[in-house]
Ligand binder design. Structure first.
Ligand SMILES: [Mg+2]
Length: 323
């Protein structure tokens, strides 16, 4: 911050100096060869100011290029042991809650079932429902590529990344899903990945050691069936067949919908289901992207990156004192 402020002041001084020199007429009539003349001296000064200006501008451009909006969030996921600590902790909590849920046949994480009497679902086979991206698969390398290439998310590059099958496992996820599988709990992956990359997703999960059943209903992708674009109908489909012990995800839409709504509406939804968090709903951290971020600029993804940043900054709460 101090460097930036200093640069701005220096830049203003350089511009001011240049204006003074230009106003005094230097470099406009005399050739630079007569270095001893006053006009030539002013021309040399102007050249030095110009060079300084160029340097300052180059530094500013370099800072802007390096300072991608997702830089810190992506590095946090890729390098911070604190990230591992949070995800492993979340999955340990999931493990404890799964055992508690198995012992209580009235327990359900699905809102569709929570509205029913337990007799409607208590005898159904148990299942845990997990989102995929940033819940069991770590796609931070895709985000890192966007940063390196100064690009934004698009479905084409995303699907290409999915086909590469290079995602890592989110720490703690594999252990939890294996435990569920060994306890006879159906592991269901409910993802907004497109159905065209389901085979790649299954391969990626299997290669990392996640339990993935061959049955088509263990991985529920977007658009796999008519009307399966939102997650809610897919959750309802699961709730008709299983008692849902836990929902695990990194996005509000992994638990309830609509997630893509105003900040105030999102807060009301989260508050309404406060007793589900950390018991029936297990949340993973995702500072890189998600409906939380879109809500900051009304999901207008057509805005320029600069305008998105501007709107995000307007959401900062500084607790400023009112005059
Ligand atoms: Mg996700």
């Amino acid at each position: 911050m101090t460097i930036l402020r200093t640069s701005k002041i220096y830049l203003r001084l350089c511009v001011l100096g240049a204006l003074v020199l230009v106003a005094s007429g230097c470099g406009t009539t005399q050739p630079r060869s007569s270095a001893s003349s006053p006009a030539a001296a002013r021309a040399d000064s102007l050249a030095r100011v110009t060079d300084s200006l160029k340097q300052v501008l180059a530094t500013q451009e370099e800072r802007a290029r390096l300072r991608h909006p997702n830089l810190d969030a992506t590095l946090w996921g890729q390098t911070a042991v604190e990230y591992d600590g949070v995800t492993r902790g979340a999955y340990r909590l999931a493990s404890v809650m799964m055992e508690r849920a198995l012992a209580d046949s009235s327990w359900t994480a699905a809102l569709e079932q929570a509205e029913q009497p337990p007799t409607q679902y208590r005898d159904k086979p148990p299942a845990v429902v997990l989102d995929v991206d940033e819940t069991v698969l770590d796609n931070s390398a895709y985000q890192a590529r966007l940063i390196q290439n100064d690009e934004s998310y698009d479905s084409e590059s995303w699907n290409e990344w999915c086909r590469e099958r290079q995602a890592d496992a989110v720490p703690g996820a594999r252990r939890f899903t294996r435990q569920a599988d060994s306890m006879g709990v159906q592991v269901i992956y409910l993802t907004n990945r497109d159905s065209s990359v389901e085979a790649s997703t299954r391969d990626n999960l299997r290669e990392l050691g996640f339990p993935v059943e061959d049955a088509p209903d263990a991985v529920l992708t977007q658009g796999e069936r008519p009307g399966w674009e939102p997650k809610a109908p897919r959750r309802a489909w699961v709730a008709e067949r299983y008692r849902v012990l836990l929902l695990v995800g990194d996005n509000l839409g992994d638990f309830t919908e609509p997630a893509d709504t105003t900040l105030a509406a999102r807060q009301r939804m989260a508050d309404r289901h406060a007793r589900f968090w950390g018991t029936r709903w297990i949340a993973l951290p995702n500072p890189q992207y998600g409906s939380w971020m879109g809500a900051l600029f009304e999901y207008d993804y057509g805005l320029s990156p600069t305008e998105q940043l501007r709107r995000k900054r307007e959401r900062l709460d500084t607790k400023a004192k009112t005059p």
